[in-house]
Unconditional design. Sequence first.
Length: 414
Amino acid sequence: MRLIKKVLLQSALILVVGAGLLGCSVEEKPQGDKVLLVSFDGFRADYLSKADTPNFDKLVEQGVISEGLIPIFPSKTFPNYYAIATGLYPENSGFIGNSMYDTTMNARFTMGDRDQVENPAWYGGEPIWNTVEKNGKKAGTMFWVGSEAPIQGMRPTHWKPYDGSMPDSARIDSVIKWLSYENEKEVDLGTVYFSFVDSRGHRYGTDAPEVKEAIQRADDLVGYLMEQMEAKGLSDNTNLMIVSDHGMADVSRERIVVLDEMINPEDVEMIEYSPSVMMNVKEGKLDEVYSSLKANEEHFKVYKKEDIPERFHLKGHPRVPEILMVADVGYTINAREYFDRREGYPSGGAHGFDNQAPEMHALFVAKGPDFKSGYKMRPIENIHLYSMMAHLLQVQPAKTDGDLDSVKVMLKGN
Ligand SMILES: [Zn+2]
């Protein structure tokens, strides 16, 4: 009895001393106990300066804004949503493009193919909703890339197959309901996704009045969201993060790279498309195709798989094809036949360019009990957000390419 008491006392002492030594306040328990992750697809970092955005302004004033959320390469939608969810670069998650081919599976992934979208074999790593559920907490995804597949044999407590026709306010209503249930269905992590800013950017280009209108519509939704959070008492216990997957750059028929002027398009099989073209080459033709492209390297960069720059964190995955071409910002790569069949193509905007290009940088705004107030921060990489969410939710994180240290300066007490 006495011995047990002594051991207990010692353990308590170790705990106290341990906590003191850690010192760093990020180790303290966060004030908030919920996280709401909102994403506006294709919302470029500088879009907030293109329109009147009173609701975003309020958030920025009371919370944190980053000069830009740096996407992973390629700066396309699916790979970036999955990088935010897992904290992994594509070479570690396997999610290397919007379109992929896997030799072992002998299968092709495209965003419109439901069977593949729901096939967990494409999705490596551990998405944050699995981490949450494994720790005895709950997650609800009102659309997020990966949430439709039973990754590691699991799914979020609440999830919906993607339905582009679902009204935006209804998406907010659903996730607010999940966060504020007073029963075993109540979630700790909620996500919401909106596509319209991206669609407008693609169709009209970044300076169009239609994009300005979309930015204002996003701002109205943020206003509605804040109202609903306040009404349900979520403002004080929920850390809200509003992000985007990538930015947007204007493209034009004046800026094109025609493959046929350099190689025979019949010699290659395109797996992923402009502006980051990934292709396999007919047997025995690799050196010839690469040399011709390299000799004509204007308005793009070309790499053999093994020479892809380290900073793209891409080449280590078996799904990466033999050749990568990356168009300069604003340029479009394709075969002659493709351009010929489409008058006026390309126009509007595109993304998928080098992720260091400022045009590809995305939105990051956050507010909540654990975020500093009125704090502006340098650009941050999106692979760190998983670590921050895991910290805010007090769940044991999986191994990732990101870390909390790179972003914790935006949290109170740091
Ligand atoms: Zn897009």
